[in-house]
Each structure stands twice: as structure tokens, then as C-alpha cells.
Write a protein that binds this ligand. Structure first.
Ligand SMILES: Nc1ncnc2c1ncn2[C@@H]1O[C@H](COP(=O)(O)OP(=O)(O)O)[C@@H](O)[C@H]1O
Ligand SMILES: [Mg+2]
Length: 281
């Protein structure tokens, strides 16, 4: 096999999956980050996700693929209760996060969204804020006032988002003055700054050029050491490059979920095969 960056990354992902698999043979496997059972989601009367049951493992990259409109974004938003911001949504079923019911009456959506961050398709820095303010805004909203702590977290988040070297001399320039790819990394830095446990990413690179996309993909690989990552993508090459596991959705249903290499080389379901071979999409 020719060793392109993609195949190299893939073999890294495979090694990681292997080590996860082999450790799970000897020890009790770690509890999944999310245990979703029989989740259905409606917009008004219209069902968007139907009866999805899936365990999303901790500290791995899970990709969600499927044609436009199959419910990827809707499903993702239910993992941090973001859908509650959309009127007339209703869910049935259960979502456990680290073993706790995300939707129990005692669960606070603001805390849920701090622990489970989200990065959107369109980078959305706050337009009136500087680069620095964009990163620390979440901390400030959480009541952090200590200048030293804010500065430390600013640098750490920008370093983790692989943006520090590019912006360290321009921290007071507007966030909007950055390029599209830099803005998306700024949004990742903003999501990381509040120290979440999970990053949900909804097509984070779909508006970016190939080089910016590659940077985001490399960044995702680095972040998985510390975070559970769930990434929605309609780009199958991207899913196969970045993820350990892949879930294929079709008309609101989870058709197949497995190791990424298995899904892309030996799918069990005919619909998965038809989709990954480009018969529809
Ligand atoms: N805010 C909304 N209001 C009503 N229907 C919506 C809304 N968002 C998505 N939908 C519908 O739910 C279904 C799933 O959409 P979505 O989760 O955005 O799919 P995907 O992300 O896979 O493209 C689609 O039929 C879409 O039209
Ligand atoms: Mg979507």
C-alpha cells in the first residue's frame, strides 16, 4: 500500500482501534460516553430520527454519515440538548451520558452543553469580538474573572486548536479578520476553552478549502487523546480518514454502526454498501 498521509492516518486510527479492542478483551471495557436507546425525534408531527440505539465509545472518533436530510444533525443536537432551542421538537427514548440520563429532570441543559461542546458547519465567531474575547467568552459567561486564568486558558485553547502560532501577535484583532479555516479553528478553541468532555462537530470542514480541511482533520486526530469526538460529515473520504467508528444513517434510521474500516470495506447491510459505493447519496 502506498503510504499517503491519509493511509498513514488510517493506520494510526486502526492501531488505536486495535488497542482499544485488545484491551477490551482482557479488561472490562470502559463505559461508553453515550448510551442511546430507542431515540426518536420529531419536528412538530414530522419524524426526523427513528428508534436509534447506539453506544458511542469514549475517547474515540465516531463519524456519522448518510445522505442529506437523513437526520445526522438532528441526532447530533440531541447529544447535548441543543435541539431544545428549536421550537416544536419532541424526543422519545433515552440518552445516557457517562451513565447519567441527559434528559432527567435534574439535568441542567446549560451544564450539559458545557460538558458536551458543539462546533458547527459554518464557523461563527462572535462578530464584534476580538480573537481573544471569542475564545474566553464561555469562561466569562461561566463567571471566571481571574485575568491570569483567562490568559492561561486562552493560550492553552489556541494551542490545542493549532492556531496559537498564527494568531499570538494578533489576539486583539477581530475574530472575523481570520481566514475561513482559521475561524473554524477559533471556534474549536472557543469550544475547548470551557474544558468540555465531548466535542460534537457538524460538518466542521464542509465550507473549507482542502488545506484548511486537512488542518482540521489533523487537529481532530490530536484532540481525540483528550476528548470523545462525534463528527457528522457527508464526505465519506473524510469519515474514512478521520474516524475509528462510523454510523450510517438513512431516512432517520441507523442502518449500520461499526469500525470504520469494516463499514467501508465489508459493510453488512446492502443500503450501506449502496451508499458507500456511490449508488445514491
Ligand atoms: N429546524 C427544523 N424544523 C423542521 N424540520 C427540520 C428542522 N431541521 C431539520 N429538519 C428536518 O429533519 C430531517 C433531518 O434533517 P437533518 O437532521 O438536518 O439532516 P442531515 O443533517 O442529515 O442533513 C429533514 O427532513 C429536515 O428537513
Ligand atoms: Mg446536517
Amino acid at each position: 500500500m502506498i503510504e499517503t498521509p491519509a493511509t498513514l492516518r488510517n493506520s494510526v486510527a486502526q492501531e488505536r482501534t486495535k488497542s482499544i479492542m485488545s484491551s477490551s478483551e482482557t479488561e472490562t471495557p470502559p463505559r461508553p460516553a453515550f448510551e442511546v436507546s430507542n431515540l426518536s425525534i420529531w419536528y412538530g408531527e414530522k419524524p426526523a430520527v427513528r428508534d436509534v440505539t447506539i453506544d458511542i465509545p469514549s475517547k474515540t472518533i465516531t463519524a456519522i454519515i448518510g445522505p442529506s436530510g437523513c437526520g445526522k444533525s438532528t441526532f447530533l443536537r440531541c447529544l447535548n440538548r441543543m435541539h431544545e432551542l428549536i421550537p416544536r421538537t419532541r424526543i422519545e427514548g433515552k440518552v445516557l451520558f457517562q451513565g447519567e440520563d441527559l434528559y432527567s429532570t435534574g439535568s441542567d441543559p446549560t451544564i450539559v452543553r458545557r460538558r458536551i461542546g458543539m462546533v458547527f458547519q459554518k464557523s461563527n465567531p462572535f462578530p464584534t469580538m476580538s480573537i481573544a474575547e471569542n475564545v474566553v467568552i464561555g469562561l466569562k459567561l461561566n463567571g471566571v474573572r481571574n485575568r491570569k486564568l483567562l490568559d492561561e486558558r486562552l493560550e492553552k485553547s489556541l494551542r490545542m486548536a493549532a492556531l496559537w502560532d498564527e494568531v499570538k501577535d494578533d489576539l486583539h484583532k477581530p475574530g472575523m479578520s481570520l481566514s475561513g479555516g482559521q475561524q473554524q479553528r477559533l471556534c474549536i478553541a472557543r469550544a475547548i476553552a470551557v474544558e468540555p468532555e465531548v466535542l460534537l462537530m457538524d460538518e466542521p470542514a464542509s465550507a473549507l478549502d482542502p488545506i484548511a480541511t486537512m488542518k482540521i482533520e489533523e487537529l481532530i486526530h490530536e484532540l481525540v487523546a483528550n476528548y470523545t469526538i462525534v463528527i457528522v460529515t457527508h464526505n465519506m473520504q473524510q469519515a474514512s480518514r478521520v474516524s475509528d467508528r462510523t454510523a450510517f444513517f438513512y431516512v432517520g434510521r441507523l442502518i449500520e454502526f461499526g469500525e470504520t474500516t469494516q463499514i467501508f470495506t465489508q459493510p453488512k447491510e446492502k443500503q450501506t454498501e449502496d451508499y458507500i459505493t456511490g449508488r445514491f447519496g
